[in-house]
Design a protein around this ligand. Structure first.
Ligand code: FAD
Ligand code: DLZ
Length: 516
């Protein structure tokens, strides 16, 4: 009889996983399950599925090479029941384990599934804390308890104090917690970001890609641009290249967008972190060491560490604190359909089409592309949060609900009514013109708010502010746009709102009213 059946899910590929901590190679079995249900609960980008299958296969192989008894259920196995619950039940019948040991999963729906196994299988199920994160869920809950507002900035300061990152005694290094004021520069002409390192698909990845091409052909996205680390060794190489080549300018141009530059100075480490190939502590340690040795300036290093120690930990804490009610919030009562151009990249808006096409080809877009282009458009247009969440969960290789949902629902759509962000991240075309070079060659005119060729971000922005003016009146951070709205020529506002309505009815219709 097997003592413990230990589960490793596709985004838990770490040797230091809590479920593997007290592994007894002589008496335990480690189970990895490739299952159709996980590939299709959202119709994931083919690169995301290929990445996870390949990384799982590499991980199993490395564990087995160390003498661990690994059972890896492959997608093509004819007996595969194609669900976690079905495969765990089959493994229990095969091995009659004394217990099942799991690590807390990344998605609420999977946790609900796991919580039912003890009763349905008659075997004790232990669900351990996911110790790959820098904050436990208990730490977040304690921090959040009794607070009216859950602002990331204050959580981040707690995390700096708790971990000691970028601290000089009790004070933040450089005398400030945050150097974002230095971090909002567009990309100057002539500055060419270094290319991201290459991770050409090996035989295992090529096999996974062929399988995905056969089985998931209808999913949005292409496989050709696959360039993701699939092992811990490759993830560490990606980190080293980022620290040496891109970190020094990461802060300065973190919010920039540029035609033909998909990755700029970003790290491309989110898939490695989310899959467990790289630990957040490894990334933060390497960045801090680069600052201490003078290889990278503080604004860059602080900005990078804040994304991981602050934002990443914060969204996870918020997700588990607020689910499942969180995903049903729709504070701005957004009801419109997702426009077709989120799939075709043929809106005519150069910025939006660039992000959609890049997403199709790379399963990647950087934060400002996600927030201020596709996210901002969906916010202004009033697209239903379910449709937008589904899109983000499908199209990015790093998307798992614990991180995708707060970012989309809370940060981009303000659907949580301000739990996460004190004001909506709403912007007109002027923001995109300032931070990118898209507008110069766009067929829409970013300087025009109405009439032939007016940039849709402009009339949608003012329609959004006017639509929600009463709601935003109590928010001091919305005072400026509301003051500008009051000063606006009523005829101009009416023209912009009419244009917005016509545009939205064409591209993002409201659902037909249910018969009364
Ligand atoms: P970098 O810019 O190099 O940042 C470094 C690391 O910081 C990232 O690898 C990531 O691990 C972390 N990070 C940065 N910003 C955030 C953030 N807001 N929340 C959590 N972690 C962050 N990130 C995901 O990992 N998965 C998602 O599904 C996801 N969905 C998003 C949806 C929307 C609407 C928005 C606005 C953001 C989303 N993000 C998501 C956050 C962020 O856009 C990505 O983490 C980042 O673009 C990944 O690229 P990178 O590794 O080059 O990041
Ligand atoms: C996303 C994903 C996919 C596409 N396939 C698998 C799989 O075949 N087996 C697996 O263990 N995990 C997969 N995953 C990741 C899971 O969906 C993820 O573990 C849960 O969403 C919890 O975060």
């Amino acid at each position: 009889m097997v003592a413990a059946l230990r589960l490793v899910l596709g985004d838990q590929l770490s040797r230091r996983l809590s479920a593997l901590e007290d592994l007894d190679p002589a008496r335990d079995v480690v189970l990895l399950m490739e299952v159709e249900a996980e590939c299709t609960y959202a119709l994931h980008h083919p690169q995301k599925i290929a990445l996870i299958l390949s990384a799982m296969r590499h991980f199993s192989r490395a564990l087995a090479a160390r003498g661990v008894r690994v059972e890896h259920i492959r997608l093509e196995d004819p007996d595969n029941t194609q669900s976690f619950a079905g495969e765990v039940a089959r493994a229990v019948a095969r091995h009659r384990p004394g217990r099942i040991v799991c690590t807390h999963p990344g998605e609420w729906r999977v946790l609900q599934d796991m919580l039912g196994w003890e009763a349905s299988l008659g075997v004790p199920v232990e669900i351990r804390e996911d110790s790959r994160f820098l904050a436990t869920l208990g730490f977040f809950r304690t921090w959040a308890a009794g607070r009216k507002q859950l602002r990331m900035e204050f959580f981040y300061r707690e995390m700096r104090r708790a971990t000691g990152y970028l601290m000089e005694g009790a004070e933040p290094a450089g005398g400030a917690w945050n150097f974002d004021a230095e971090n909002r520069k567009p990309l100057p002409p002539g500055l060419a970001p270094p290319p991201a390192p290459r991770f050409p698909p090996d035989e295992i990845t090529r096999e996974a890609m062929a399988l995905v091409a056969r089985r998931f052909a209808r999913h949005f996205g292409t496989l050709d641009g696959f360039n993701w680390p699939v092992t811990a060794k490759e993830a560490r190489a990606a980190l080293a290249a980022f620290i040496a080549e891109r970190l020094p300018r990461f802060g300065d141009h973190q919010d920039a967008m540029a035609e033909g530059q998909a990755t700029l100075f970003h790290s491309l480490l989110s898939t490695s972190l989310n899959l467990g190939l790289l630990l957040p502590r490894e990334a933060c340690d390497a960045a801090e060491a680069a600052w201490r040795s003078g290889q990278a300036p503080l604004n860059a290093v602080e900005g990078f560490i804040r994304q991981i120690l602050g934002w990443r930990e914060y969204v996870r804490g918020l997700y588990w604190l607020k689910m499942p009610a969180y995903r049903d919030l729709n504070a701005l009562e957004a009801r419109r359909a997702l426009p077709d151009f989120y799939w075709t990249g043929e809106s005519g808006m150069r910025c939006l089409d660039a992000v959609v096409r890049q997403t199709r080809d790379l399963a990647y877009a950087h934060h400002i592309q996600r927030l201020m282009v596709t996210g901002n458009f969906a916010l202004l247009a009033g697209i239903h949060p379910d449709a937008v969440n589904d899109w983000y969960l499908r199209v990015y290789a790093d998307a798992f609900e614990w991180v995708e949902l707060p970012n989309t629902h809370g940060m981009a759509l303000h659907a949580d009514g301000g739990i996460m962000a004190s004001k909506p991240y709403a912007a007109s075309g002027a923001y995109i013109a300032r931070m990118s070079d898209h507008c110069a060659r766009c067929r829409f005119d970013v300087k025009r708010g109405t009439g032939e060729g007016a940039c849709p971000f402009n009339f949608l922005y003012w329609d959004f502010i006017a639509r929600h003016a009463a709601r935003f009146a109590a928010n001091p951070r919305m005072a400026m746009p509301l003051a500008a709205l009051r000063k606006m020529d009523p005829a101009k506002l009416a023209a912009m709102r009419a244009e917005a309505r016509a545009f939205l009815d064409r591209h993002a219709p409201l659902p037909a009213e249910a018969p009364g």
